[in-house]
Design a protein around this ligand. Sequence first.
Ligand SMILES: Nc1ncnc2c1ncn2[C@@H]1O[C@H](COP(=O)(O)OP(=O)(O)O)[C@@H](O)[C@H]1O
Ligand SMILES: [Mg+2]
Length: 256
Amino acid sequence: MAQLEPPICLEIEDLGVILDDRPVLRAVGFQLRRGEIVSIIGPNGAGKTTLFNVLAGRIRPQRGRIRYWGEDIRGWAPHRICRAGLARTFQIARPFAEMSVLENVLIGLWFGKSPTEAVLEPRRQALELLELVGLTHKAETSAGALTLSEQRRLEVARALSTRPQLLLLDEIAAGLSPQAVNQAVELILALRERGLTLLVIDHFLNLTAKVSDRLVALDQGEIIAAGSPSRVIQNPEVIAAYLGERESRGDEAIEP
Ligand SMILES: Nc1ncnc2c1ncn2[C@@H]1O[C@H](COP(=O)(O)OP(=O)(O)O)[C@@H](O)[C@H]1O
Ligand SMILES: [Mg+2]
């Protein structure tokens, strides 16, 4: 008997973005089903963050369609998209540095709730999220004093505080120690256990092989490969794109 596939959470079709007269995304299209973990990989400047900015409503695409649970969300304002259950983290963490870690999460819990929609026991909920990301012991620390790895985890807790169904994670493992990367892997898998659908940007291929169901490889704004992680990582065009980056930037070795 054919197994019933989960419903489509996100469907992108023929997405095109031009910034400063330059095409940054071209004919980008893929789908994400409920509960999937899909990673976007590709060299620096490929357009990964721009794709997130489009999905989160910060950049308006010139062409294409974006459907979230079947609804066309193209052109929606960022707060409306967030309230609909699509949240993102930023590549550069943006906490309120003067406020405590706990307060940073509390803000998200209040965001977007109508006056009649009371947030029950916000402090307990915020502490629960901090426990999930492993920051309970830092609850009263000011956010500005966190390490890089802790900042990333606070970003995730803040995004979760808006109660998303689809979470976009932008390079949460970049620059972390191998041990911290493993913690990030565990966190992502725990998020899926909670029923979230995840779209993850992973420039240095730190997480992808371990957590992703599928990869989408971008280069110069175009999808050059998509499919199972092992196949995409071995795709000659993908390898060439990363080698090109290393040559042009004199970068450190890539860690597949
Ligand atoms: N707001 C913007 N205005 C003009 N160009 C931009 C803007 N944001 C990104 N770009 C350009 O778009 C390209 C893709 O950038 P980005 O999406 O940040 O790549 P990635 O996240 O894959 O490294 C880059 O060439 C970048 O310079
Ligand atoms: Mg980026």
